[in-house]
Design a protein around this ligand. Structure first.
Ligand code: FAD
Length: 384
């Protein structure tokens, strides 16, 4: 083997880089990230930057809570700003079913100390003037949720990881995982070069399934198409407006610092393989959804859009932990559209798993790959 290292991380997205940073911060100086293209070129480059604690499953709430502090003190820790604006997330329910699970989820969040509030439709309209509330039953709002800049966070983590000695190699595609006697020994790259490693982490995003199969392991991650559009600023929508999610249509609206309006969602469950092309034919349905709730958006002038792939699992919860039957192989993938917001916690937890043999900050056993074998799946409801 040409080169040796202790820990290889496959995938230079936000998750792989966060793991690398946390390992290095805890004193591991022989960590190498292998990225087949450029760092951040996968789903991370497409993320709209939403960070929220409003979930229905305790594990997701805890991952968000554990990630919140690092986002808040990002500049202190990484030396550059994450542009984290805590404008809050507002969820709107207009059906009895949505209102019921939203209230139940909010009760759980409150038990876990999330500062989430139940709002009447009128109170929701006070937060977002111009909201059409005639069919609304209620809303939930958490003011410490918000939006950050995925590009800034990625490069902040990569810079700090490099300063701590992590090797981040771009243009290095892994095509094989080397195993021997049920133990991982390293990886092989497309150019034939092998890297010896005692530990390998599969952080390959939507390609986690293919990478898992290199070691004969099925990792149920499937790409789902998701797109977002940018509209020109409107005086009616302030940049302090919360990220507003309308469960009726599954669409969301938020405003960037420069006033540009981001519109997205309404395409949950859109399976079209690895095709990442923008589909303009979906725009009318999105516009119908957002203008129903915010009629001012009828005046919005769409400038551009983009599409990406979300890495969904059968229960829409991440898969994080050791891979059973292959000693030294770990997976951190399948974030089901929430990998940006959960990356700080995941980096810390995977470093604990690797270095201490156990994730102690949060119990992440519910994210184990084994759950698909035992069939104990309790899906996350707050995915839209
Ligand atoms: C339109 C859109 C909006 C989103 N908005 C949000 C949001 O608001 N908030 C949020 O939290 N999340 C959001 N997400 C989801 C978020 O982007 C992902 O959950 C997150 O980026 C996953 O990070 P990752 O590092 O696991 O994957 P990725 O960023 O995809 O990184 C995986 C990397 O692995 C590399 N790779 C794959 N195979 C190999 C190989 N064989 N060898 C070497 N390298 C390999 C890839 O090139 C890639 O760079 C959004 C996603 C989309 C598409």
């Amino acid at each position: 083997m040409a080169r040796g290292t202790e820990i290889v991380i496959i995938g230079g997205g936000i998750v792989g880089l966060s793991i690398a940073y946390h390992l290095a911060a805890r004193g591991c100086h022989n960590v190498c990230v292998l990225e087949r293209g450029q760092i951040g070129q996968g789903a991370t480059a497409k993320a709209t930057g939403g960070i929220r604690q409003q979930f229905s499953r305790e594990i997701n709430i805890r991952l968000s809570q554990e990630s919140l502090k690092p986002f808040e003190r990002f500049e202190e820790e990484m030396g550059c700003s994450a542009d984290f604006r805590q404008v809050g997330y507002l969820f709107l329910a207009s059906s009895g079913e949505d209102w019921a699970w939203l209230k139940e989820a909010a009760a759980l969040q409150q038990r876990l100390q999330v500062p989430v509030e139940l709002l009447t439709p009128e109170e929701a309209r006070r937060l977002v003037p111009g909201l059409w509330i005639d069919d609304l039953l209620g809303a939930t709002f958490c003011g410490s949720d918000g939006i950050a800049d995925p590009h800034a966070v990625l490069h902040g983590l990569a810079g700090q990881a490099r300063r701590l000695g992590v090797r981040i190699l771009e243009g290095r595609e892994v095509t094989g995982i080397l195993c021997d006697g049920g133990r991982v020994r390293g990886v092989r790259m497309k150019d034939g070069e092998a890297v010896a490693a005692a530990l390998v982490v599969n952080a390959a995003g939507i390609h986690a399934r293919e990478v898992g199969l290199m070691a004969g392991v099925e990792i149920p991650v499937e790409p789902h198409h998701r797109q977002a559009f940018v509209a020109e600023p409107l005086a009616e929508l302030a940049d302090s407006m919360p990220m507003t999610v309308d469960l009726r249509s599954g669409t969301y609206v938020h405003v960037e610092r420069n006033g540009n309006i981001i519109l997205g969602g309404g395409d949950h469950g859109d399976r079209r393989g690895f095709d990442e092309r923008l589909d303009w034919s979906l725009l009318p349905r999105l516009i119908e959804g957002v203008t129903h709730r915010l009629p001012a958006l009828e005046l919005a002038r769409i400038q551009r859009g983009w599409a990406g792939l979300r890495e969904m699992t059968p229960d829409e919860l991440a898969i994080v932990g050791p891979v059973p039957d292959t000693e030294g192989l770990f997976v951190a993938a399948g974030f089901s559209g929430h990998g940006f917001m959960h990356a700080p916690a995941i980096g810390k937890l995977v470093a604990e798993l690797i270095l201490d043999g156990k994730a102690s900050t949060i119990d992440i056993s519910s994210l184990s790959l084994d759950r698909f074998r035992t069939g104990q799946l309790v899906p996350e409801r707050a995915v839209f």
